[in-house]
Structure formats: structure tokens, C-alpha cells
Design a protein around this ligand. Structure first.
Ligand code: BMA
Length: 361
């Protein structure tokens, strides 16, 4: 059954809890609609760029090949743009990413962008945690501040270039410095103080919004799993700097890891929902998945009951890597979990691209 969710009275200027009071009409509309989604939008990282056994085939998507519909949310990764590289760290040309974002917007879908920024001190990647306190060096009046601004200029150029042929800015949900409650990125908790993390976040938002005058951005805060609200909020940059409360949390260990995943999602997503509701802001399950989808009913048996319980605006599963065998999070045609993804698509609570309408109105 197809449900067209029509979003009424989307833009409310009073009671606007957005970071950017000058956000474009479409960005404000998206933000308001994220708060009152009637269902959970399904998302997939790099969905139309590549999949299992293919890359850059116009219109192709593993999700669409299995279910007949595109995901409602499209995740993209811009790591590498800050160094003026032509390709993202996942080997997608930035021109291609831009083209596919424009295409997804034309289809009425939602775009979200992650940024695995390289380590400016060591020259390594996001996962290079060999030097502590990289974050401190990026702050105003610190040694790498000017270089950090140059790198942000590249990010800003890209975000600002996301326009339709008529010059309409395409809204994006931007998720910088995600999973900071973990220990694997140079901006994570063990490698900088709370004050430094918050200062980096606030500077970044102000730079993109005020200095670069970008008004098409919804800023998402996306911690990884946490035991309680206190830890979820420990490095919260503040109501004036965060639009959307996110959560990144993966299912590890196949069937044996199911209960642990469910328990962790219950703890962390309930906190995410609670905080978002108190703040009057939207919330989403910004990254999840089970690598290789080794549990055949993972989508309807494990994920669906969880998202139905907490009602995030969307849930996004990670990419179906083209270049890394056995690194995929959505079934493709012929995969044992493909039938289950079809059932997931058919359920009333889960929304694909063909089931959302007017999300920018
Ligand atoms: C990780 C993996 C990496 C990828 C990174 C950024 O989870 O998928 O292969 O480079 O995300 O997209």
C-alpha cells in the first residue's frame, strides 16, 4: 500500500528552534516536517552512487532493485573535500555526489552529509588518533586555526554549490564530528576536552552560517551508543548550535549480537527521543546496520520494532561498498534478506521515497 504523506502548514516561523534563523524556506519546511513525520523514513548511504557489482549506473540503486522504490533519505560522505581532492574517501567523485544530491532532491528525497575529515596535524585520516588534542589546535588563536578555516572553505563551497538549475538551495542535514562518544576518530572523547569539542562545533556552525552565509543546513548532533542521558548530553554544543538529535549505533556480532544491539538501541534511542522532545527538535537514527545483513529478517524482525517504538524521523543504513567485499548493509537482488527488505518497504510505518511528498513545503 502506498501512503502519500502530505505535510501541511510546514513552515512555522514562530517557535522556530533552528540554528539558522535565516534558513531558506525549503530548509525550514524540511526541518518542521522532520519534527512531525508520520512514519519513519528509510535511508541508505551512497545509495545511487554504487552498490554490489556496479558503480555510476544512472538510476540504479540496490534498494530500488530489491523493492521497486528508492530510499527516502540519501546519505553522502564528503571526507577529502577539505583537502581539495576530486574524490571522497569512498572513491566517489565530488561532481557525482553533487549530481546525485540534485537528483535525489528532484525526486523529493532528503539528503544528509557526513564528513570524515582528515587529521590536520598528522596528515592521517579521521581514524588517526595517534596525537591527542588535534581539536585544540583548530580553535581560534591556535596553531592550525587558519588552515582549519581554509579546509572549512572547501566544505562550504561544496555545500553552497548544492542548487537546482533554477538556483534554489538544496537543504542538507549535515553531521560533522559524529560518534564523538566513541574512541575511533581524532575528535572523539578521549582526545579532547568537552570545552574543546563544543568550541570546535560552535566555531564550525558560526563559520558556515555567518561567515559563509550558508542557509541550507540542518545541523545534526550524532553521538554513538551511550549508557544514559548524561553521557548523550555531555558534549552537547547547545540549543543554538544543534538542530537534530541523532544516534549512530551498529549491530555487531551477527545473530549472537542481536540482544545486545536491541538493548543498546533501547537505551540510546529512548534518550535521543526524550531529549529531542524536551527541546522541541527532530531526532533520527542517523546510522545503523548489520554488516552483510547476516540475519535474514533483520529489517522487519529487529530494526522495524525498534524504530516503531521510538519513531525517529528517519533511519539510515550504511553503504553497500563497491570496493570493499563484504562491507554492505542493505540486501541486493538475490541476497537472502532481500524478501525481508521488501516486506519492510510494504509496512505502513516505514516510508520510502515514493511515500513522502511535499517535505519541502
Ligand atoms: C566506514 C566504512 C569506510 C568508509 C567510512 C566513511 O564506516 O564504510 O569504508 O570509508 O565509513 O564513509
Amino acid at each position: 500500500m502506498v501512503f502519500l504523506i502530505s505535510c501541511k502548514n510546514a513552515v512555522q516561523t514562530e517557535n522556530n528552534t533552528m540554528v539558522d534563523k535565516q534558513a531558506t524556506t525549503q530548509t525550514k519546511a524540511l526541518y518542521e516536517n522532520l519534527k512531525k513525520m508520520n512514519g519513519v523514513m528509510f535511508g541508505h548511504q551512497d545509495d545511487t552512487a554504487y552498490g554490489i557489482g556496479w558503480k555510476y549506473e544512472p538510476g540504479r540503486s540496490d534498494i530500488q532493485s530489491v523493492t521497486g522504490a528508492y530510499p527516502a533519505v540519501y546519505g553522502w560522505e564528503i571526507g577529502g573535500i577539505e583537502r581539495m581532492l576530486d574524490y571522497s574517501l569512498d572513491s566517489v567523485h565530488f561532481h557525482k555526489i553533487k549530481e546525485l544530491i540534485i537528483e535525489a532532491y528532484a525526486r523529493g528525497g532528503v539528503n544528509t552529509i557526513s564528513w570524515h575529515a582528515d587529521n590536520l596535524v598528522t596528515g592521517g585520516n579521521s581514524w588517526d588518533t595517534t596525537k591527542v588534542n588535534v581539536v585544540a589546535t583548530l580553535l581560534p588563536d591556535s596553531s592550525n586555526h587558519n588552515l582549519y578555516k581554509k579546509r572549512l572553505d572547501m566544505v562550504a563551497d561544496f555545500l553552497g554549490s548544492l542548487q537546482t538549475a533554477d538556483g534554489e538551495m538544496i537543504p542538507v542535514i549535515f553531521r560533522p564530528f559524529h560518534e564523538h562518544t566513541g574512541n575511533w576518530f581524532w575528535w572523539c572523547k578521549p582526545y579532547c576536552s568537552t570545552e574543546e569539542y563544543v568550541a570546535l562545533w560552535q566555531f564550525t556552525v558560526k563559520y558556515l552560517r555567518d561567515e559563509k552565509q550558508l542557509h541550507n543546513i540542518i545541523y545534526s548532533y550524532s553521538p554513538d551508543r551511550v549508557p544514559n542521558e548524561e553521557e548523550y548530553m555531555e558534549r552537547y554544543p547547545g540549543d543554538d548550535y544543534v538542530d537534530l538529535f541523532g544516534l549512530d549505533l551498529y549491530h555487531f556480532g551477527g545473530a549472537d549480537g542481536t540482544q545486545y544491539y536491541i538493548d543498546c538501541v533501547n537505551t540510546s534511542l529512548s534518550v535521543t527521543e526524550k531529549v529531542a522532545k524536551e527541546k522541541g527538535k527532530p531526532y533520527a537514527f542517523t546510522e545503523t546496520g548489520l554488516e552483510c545483513v547476516t540475519v535474514d529478517n533483520w529489517f522487519t524482525g529487529i530494526l522495524q520494532p525498534l524504530v516503531e517504538k521510538y519513531n525517529p524521523a528517519y533511519v539510515l543504513v550504511w553503504r553497500n561498498a563497491y570496493e570493499k567485499p563484504n562491507h554492505y548493509y542493505a540486501p541486493y537482488p538475490g541476497h537472502p534478506a532481500a524478501e525481508d527488505l521488501k516486506r519492510f518497504k510494504e509496512s505502513e510505518s516505514i516510508l520510502f521515497n515514493d511515500e513522502i511528498a511535499n517535505i519541502y513545503k
